[in-house]
Design a protein around this ligand. Structure first.
Ligand SMILES: [Zn+2]
Length: 131
């Protein structure tokens, strides 16, 4: 089977992935630093405070964001490992080539646009009968 991408294209996607990983790692470090400071401030506030619920909400948002970044980081790591395999750039669901334009925007993409959107609607709880 022909690899859908040539070496130059793979190299470009690899450097894009590495760049994103660097940026994410930087953000992640900032967040973790921030989160421990938020936690500390919250502990102080809770000692005499009654704005606990609001603080909890802020913290939830902060944690969710970090989880999202961790998830993306894992996807990027997996994409970097897949990059030299023939199935990189092939849709994990239907096996068709993921267009290079899409890979440039989202080099860690596992699926073509059609499969990704049906995956997302599945996550969103669309009944299987509609698929
Ligand atoms: Zn597909």
């Amino acid at each position: 089977m022909n690899a859908p991408l040539d070496t130059t294209q793979r190299d470009a996607l690899r450097s894009e992935l590495l760049k994103r990983r660097e940026a994410l790692l930087g953000t992640l470090a900032l967040h973790q630093d921030g989160a421990s400071r938020v936690q500390h401030a919250r502990d102080l506030l809770l000692q005499d405070g009654d704005d606990g619920p609001q603080r909890d909400a802020d913290r939830e948002v902060d944690l969710a964001f970090t989880d999202h970044e961790r998830h993306e980081l894992a996807e990027i790591g997996a994409a970097l490992k897949r990059l030299d395999d023939d199935d990189y750039g092939m849709c994990a669901d239907c096996g068709s080539e993921i267009p290079l334009a899409r890979l440039k925007v989202q080099p860690q993409a596992l699926r073509c646009v059609a499969c990704e959107s049906s995956q997302e609607s599945r996550r969103g709880g669309v009944p299987h009968a509609l698929m």
